[in-house]
Design a protein around this ligand. Structure first.
Ligand code: ADP
Ligand code: ASP
Ligand code: MG
Length: 408
């Protein structure tokens, strides 16, 4: 007997028939003698629908209220799945995040899980029930409802698996595993049988939304074996584990394991800033203090005692960041503030890069051959990222995928 945590995403619970399909899948594991905890997302499109309604009322909806609103999506699917299981004769019980409780910090819209109370869940499992938990949500020490950021149900599932010391965490979605790149953009993309936490962490943080980044962080930290599978077709999916778990014959790793991209990017520029100690902090400090994550940063060589800064953030954070930057520009006497939200970031990821040079130049050549201008470049040991105009996203990803023979 094993304890398995399963997560079903929005498409997998997108209508009543799909919810019944999930109930059938869960039932098979129960029949095999396993204990099952299920985390579910809202029905596909629901979180966006709720968000759009809020935006009809407020340009920048109050985050606390937004969390109250968005968590309703998952409350619907836990109840329906629990009913579907019970209807099939499998005892089940649903819990919202605050009922478990899944305790988080108080950063509305991107809260972090701090602790999960496992007592209630174990109590129900021991009575032979399937426990269905709402993904994407938690509760603060003050009892306020929080959400974990888009795609957060993945993190709920992995955090549950860690807290319950589960044998495996299975993420069921609408593709049958992790691919060399998003198969919706490159149909020739190849499914990977096995990928390391390290690579998956990069892929996720660079935009491969098949898993939320925090879910991979959790899995890596607590060493939870993670598997991405399709809820609609059978197959082994993709296993994500630490590097030690790779078999000997798998060690001949490809240079590049995948290409990730993100459309959720915006660029801010502050020009003509006095070039003296402390300006980077004065510019970026207020933005971090507003819980806005800064990604790539470029500071130009100072000329005439002034310098320019360019940095990128998530597109949704642009209005707030722009206001903050304009007020900093006033204080510092900077010349100008510019912004651009028509950019995307494309990244090539692979642990094999550590020991190979020439990947970057081949990447730049491929983009040049396609007349695609590079606006920013960032590298680490296992990735190279470029920022380009959003209109070239598909062309860039497809031609890089081909140039690096990822379809072979
Ligand atoms: P869910 O609703 O199940 O959480 P998501 O839409 O969040 O599903 O994630 C699955 C989607 O991730 C796929 O439909 C696919 O378009 C996208 N995706 C992006 N990059 C990859 C990749 N490298 N491998 C597989 N899927 C990817
Ligand atoms: N429903 C949430 C979203 O759409 C959480 C999730 O699906 O993981 O982002
Ligand atoms: Mg998702």
């Amino acid at each position: 007997m094993a304890l398995i945590v399963q997560k079903y995403g929005g498409t997998s619970v997108g209508n009543i028939e799909r919810i019944q399909n999930v109930a059938n899948k869960v039932a098979k594991f129960v029949d095999d003698g396993h204990q099952v905890v299920v985390a579910v997302s809202a029905m596909s499109g629901e979180t966006n629908r709720l968000t759009a309604m809020a935006h009809e009322i407020q340009a920048r909806p109050i985050k606390r209220e937004m969390d109250v609103l968005l968590t309703t999506g998952e409350q619907v699917t836990i109840a329906l799945l629990s009913m579907a299981l019970q209807e099939k004769g499998y005892p089940a019980i649903s819990y919202t995040g605050w009922q478990v409780p899944i305790k988080t910090d108080a950063v509305h819209s991107k809260a972090r899980i701090e602790e999960i109370d496992s007592e209630k869940i174990f109590g129900q499992l021991n009575q032979g029930k399937v426990v269905v938990v709402a993904g994407f949500q938690g509760v603060t020490p003050d009892g306020d409802i929080t959400t974990l950021g888009r795609g957060g149900s993945d993190t709920t599932a992995v955090a549950l698996a860690a807290a319950l010391n589960a044998d495996e965490c299975q993420i069921y979605t609408d593709v049958d595993g992790v691919y060399t790149t998003d198969p919706r953009v490159v149909p020739q993309a190849k499914r990977l049988d096995h990928i390391t936490f390290e690579e998956m962490l990069e892929m996720a943080s660079l935009g491969a939304k098949v898993l939320q980044i925090r879910s991979v962080e959790f899995a890596s930290k607590y060493n939870v074996p993670l598997r991405v599978l399709s809820s609609l077709q059978d197959g082994g999916g993709t296993l994500i584990t630490s590097e030690e778990n790779f078999k000997e014959n798998e060690m001949e790793k490809p240079l590049i394991s995948g290409i990730a991209f993100s459309r959720d990017e915006a660029k801010l520029m502050i020009l003509g800033v006095p070039d003296k100690p402390g300006v980077a902090y004065q510019i970026l400090g207020p933005i971090s203090d507003a819980n806005i994550e800064i990604d790539m940063i470029i500071q130009n060589q100072g000329i005439d005692g002034t310098t320019d800064f360019t940095f990128t953030i998530a597109r949704g954070d642009l209005p707030v960041a722009l206001d903050l930057l304009k007020s900093t520009a006033n204080k510092l006497g900077a010349r100008e503030v510019l912004s651009d939200d028509t950019i995307v970031k494309i990244s090539m990821v692979g642990v094999g890069m550590k020991s190979h040079s020439g990947i970057a130049s081949q990447m730049f050549k491929t983009l040049a051959d396609n007349d695609i201008n590079i606006q920013m470049i960032g590298t680490t040991e296992i990735k190279i990222s470029v920022v380009i105009d959003e209109q070239y996203l598909e062309l860039a990803v497809q031609s890089l995928h081909e140039a690096f023979e990822l379809d072979k």
